[in-house]
Design a protein around this ligand. Structure first.
Ligand code: G1P
Length: 312
């Protein structure tokens, strides 16, 4: 890795995005007290922190450059993607090739850059910190508390679609009525998405951040994946505080949409892990542990027995 502070790079306004921004400076109140001193994206799922799954998701989609928006007390997120020479030497001396490879790999995944959000004033405000790094190039945003199963990725189709339209592409997921007030919710337009759009693509005509219960225009919630054009920064600058008194990326996207930028969504139908809340986190741990080649079989056996005795 090269952990650098954000600096402007060779930005191009068109083409498939190769940069990603991961806003990870939030206060993570839904997971207190665990997240008082440990950043939520560093919570482990089996033996990798959530953030590593997310960086791997980005790099598997062709992203080579990742900007982590961090904050006070969150430098462990950046350290995770650095080399650890002492530890590496120890593992090499012990001949523990597998762990050595696992420890080194995190430093080789991508160019990791970092910048600090000094005040936590919302997701749009966090993304605005990326402007000097991104320039006017399109880029992906991955929220650090949810991710798709790696067998059914979403980001590659989103990057392709954004390169085709030059507009905005959002990941969507269907949620039950009682959960719509936790998310940004999309309204759909009857307009067909462009011919090159993948299955599940829709044209969006409206977006509202965390509508009150019973007032959501649909059940299609924003899954924390976005591919945005560089023009979003100027739109964020004009966005007034919205839901929760914060500068919302949903509102900045809605502003660009109202001014003519095409906004498409891709409805995700695969397995989505929501590690932002304790229940979803536990489900992710169980699901991903069960699938592991090394411990999966033993874990599934134990879990089956555990559930059987629990039911008696
Ligand atoms: C954020 C976004 C929201 C989106 C959600 C997905 O909300 O503002 O539009 O639906 O992520 O997880 P948060 O979870 O940060 O409150």
């Amino acid at each position: 890795m090269s952990s650098r502070t954000a600096a402007s790079g060779s930005a191009t306004a068109t083409g498939r995005a190769t940069r990603a921004v991961i806003p990870a400076a939030g206060l993570s109140t839904r997971f207190l007290p665990a997240t008082k001193a440990v950043p939520k994206p560093m919570l482990p799922v089996v033996d990798r922190p959530v953030l590593q799954y997310i960086v791997e998701e980005a790099t598997s989609a062709g992203v080579t450059d990742v900007l982590l928006i961090t904050g006070r007390g969150k430098t462990s997120m950046v350290d995770h993607f650095d080399r650890q020479p002492e530890l590496e030497e120890r593992l090499a001396a012990k001949g523990d090739a597998a762990r050595l490879e696992a420890v080194r790999r995190t430093a080789e995944l991508a160019q990791i850059y970092t910048c600090r959000q000094t005040e936590v004033l919302g997701l749009g405000h966090a993304i605005a910190y990326a402007e000097s790094h991104i320039g006017d190039a399109p880029f992906a945003v991955l929220l650090a508390d949810e991710f798709p199963d790696e067998s059914a990725p979403l980001l590659p189709q989103m990057l392709d679609l954004q390169a085709a339209t030059g507009g905005i592409v959002i990941g969507l997921v269907e949620v039950p009525d009682e959960q719509t007030s936790r998310y940004g919710i999309a309204s759909l337009s009857p307009d067909e998405p462009p011919p090159e759009a993948p299955e599940g693509a829709v044209t969006i005509s409206g977006l509202v951040e965390k509508p009150p219960p019973g007032e959501a225009p649909s059940n299609l919630a924003i899954f924390g994946r976005y591919v945005l054009p560089g023009g979003i920064f100027e739109a964020i600058g004009r966005t007034k505080p919205g839901s929760g008194g914060e500068i919302q990326i949903t509102d900045a996207i809605a502003l660009m949409m109202a001014e003519g930028t095409p906004v498409h969504g891709i409805v995700y139908r695969g397995v989505r892990y929501d590690t932002g809340v304790p229940l979803g986190y536990l489900q992710a741990v169980v699901q991903l542990a069960s699938k592991r080649d090394d411990i999966g079989a033993d874990f599934r056996r134990w879990l089956t027995e555990f559930v059987r005795t629990w039911q008696e």
